[in-house]
Design a protein around this ligand. Structure first.
Ligand code: C5P
Ligand code: MG
Length: 169
């Protein structure tokens, strides 16, 4: 089951209330939302899916985005609940910028604008690269060149997932 933390945060933001305000502020500033909000949403979504469908395999899209995200994961799920592998989507900044600005025309996202893109990239370098390095050092990082066309990237991801599923189960 594909589960996007960004989508979960955006859905929570739609509900309104104090948490929604916090999420909106952090997202627009290109910063990572406080761990307890993100991991609680993730936990609730995973439990709901497992309860209603019996499915227990998840592709977490956008998580962990920092060493703190991972620490919060361990605190909630326990040290023995490991994340087996990371798919790291590598893409030149200029390509990403163009894609995001293209998406901005219909996404309605508060962070799909040139200012937020820059801030998100700063956060990526400061907070996300260290977690990529950690997975890489453990041989758990699979790099995917996502500068290519949509279908080519999709095919690469499917191939990696098939390989991973065959290894693990
Ligand atoms: O992954 P996506 O681009 O949808 O994430 C959008 C925003 O959601 C991030 O810039 C960040 O503000 C928030 N986010 C977060 N923690 C995560 C994933 C996303 O705070 N693990
Ligand atoms: Mg996303």
């Amino acid at each position: 089951t594909h589960l996007s933390t960004g989508d979960l945060l955006r859905a929570e933001r739609e509900k309104g209330g104090p948490t929604a305000t916090v999420i909106e502020e952090y997202m627009t500033a290109g910063k990572l939302v406080p761990n307890e909000i993100t991991v609680t949403l993730l936990k609730n979504a995973m439990e709901m899916i497992t309860r209603t469908t019996g499915k227990t395999n998840f592709l977490l899209d956008g998580f962990p985005r920092s060493l703190d995200n991972l620490e919060a994961w361990y605190e909630i799920f326990g040290r023995e609940t490991d994340l087996p592998k990371m798919l790291y989507f590598e893409c030149p900044y200029e390509v990403l910028e163009q894609r995001i600005l293209g998406r901005a025309k219909f996404s309605g996202r508060p962070d799909d604008n040139i200012e937020s893109i820059k801030l998100r990239f700063d956060t990526f370098k400061a907070e996300t690269l260290p977690i990529v390095e950690l997975f890489r050092s453990k041989g758990k990082c699979v790099e995917v060149d996502t500068s290519q066309g949509r279908q080519d990237v999709y095919n690469l991801v499917v191939a990696h997932l098939a390989e991973h599923t065959a290894e693990e189960f």
